[in-house]
Design a protein around this ligand. Structure first.
Ligand SMILES: Nc1ccn([C@@H]2O[C@H](COP(=O)(O)OP(=O)(O)OP(=O)(O)O)[C@@H](O)[C@H]2O)c(=O)n1
Ligand SMILES: C[C@](O)(CO)[C@H](O)COP(=O)(O)O
Length: 239
């Protein structure tokens, strides 16, 4: 398993789809802020060198988290889009660690990723550029709009269709340069793999669990709480 890797946690979003009174990463899950649970999870991964959390400039919540002053946790100011927030953390790392350092980018909003999936992604047998993902299991429809309504254009074969999760893994210098160039070119990249693909890199897909959900809508809070309740005992919750 690889060691001495860094994890970037983009956590500068506003959680518009959640529609809560604060950014979703600070909503309580099992009585603890979502971002605190995500960081607790990451800080337990073996071989971790450090974590860089990208925060909104207006963030007033982070400093109250248990993990805020952990020696392995660093913070940077994020940007308007997820990619800006990731790039800001990559800029921070590029000034401090060697260019071949493995970097994992993991959404703050995915508190449930399992240790088993992380160790699969970090395995020596896996390519240095890889991501957790799930094969699509529903029937896939392509749509078009007519008069303000949405209609089926066609059914797309789900063979070879995967749903990207995080973490996504790449060497620091490769990801830094690809993401930087993609943004200079004005390409909208919603994950790290897209930026790497754009410049011809081949990424390995590592099958992740379906419980690595991205907390996006209100109902996801209940689902994530259920997953976490099943996984952690009350004693472990004190960490
Ligand atoms: N400018 C942004 C936008 C998003 N993120 C982070 O990227 C992750 C995935 O984004 P998403 O789940 O879409 O979060 P939000 O952008 O906050 O949600 P929404 O799109 O509903 O506003 C989240 O951890 C979010 O905090 C970020 O760091 N900086
Ligand atoms: C990175 C990601 O979580 C992979 O599924 C996703 O692309 C983030 O997308 P969003 O538009 O920020 O929700």
């Amino acid at each position: 398993m690889i060691k001495d890797y860094w994890v970037i946690v983009p956590a500068a979003g506003i959680g518009r789809r959640m529609g809560a009174d604060r950014p979703k990463q600070y909503l309580p899950l099992l009585g603890r802020p979502l971002l605190s649970l995500t960081l607790r999870n990451i800080l337990g991964w073996s071989g971790l060198a450090g974590v860089v959390v990208s925060l909104s400039e207006q963030d007033t919540y982070f400093s109250h988290l248990k993990e805020a002053n952990h020696p392995l946790v660093h913070r940077v100011i994020g940007g308007a889009e997820r990619a800006d927030s990731v790039l800001s953390a990559l800029d921070f790392l590029a000034q401090r660690v060697s260019g071949d350092t493995p970097v994992l980018v993991h959404d703050a909003a995915r508190p449930c990723v399992s240790e088993r999936d992380i160790y699969a992604l970090l395995s020596d047998n896996v390519s240095s550029m890889a991501l957790l993902a799930r094969p699509a299991c529903d029937t896939i429809k392509q749509s078009h709009r007519v008069g303000g309504e949405t209609y089926v254009e066609k059914t797309v074969s789900r063979e070879n269709i995967w749903l990207a999760q995080t973490p996504q893994r790449a060497p620091l210098n490769t990801l830094h340069s690809c993401l930087g160039k993609a943004m200079e070119q004005g390409v909208a990249v919603t994950d790290e793999a897209s930026a790497l693909e754009l410049f011809g890199h081949s990424l390995q897909l590592v099958t992740g669990d379906s419980d690595n959900i991205k907390v996006t809508h209100p109902a996801d809070i209940v689902i994530a709480e259920t997953i976490l309740r099943l996984r952690y005992s009350p004693t472990e919750d004190k960490r």
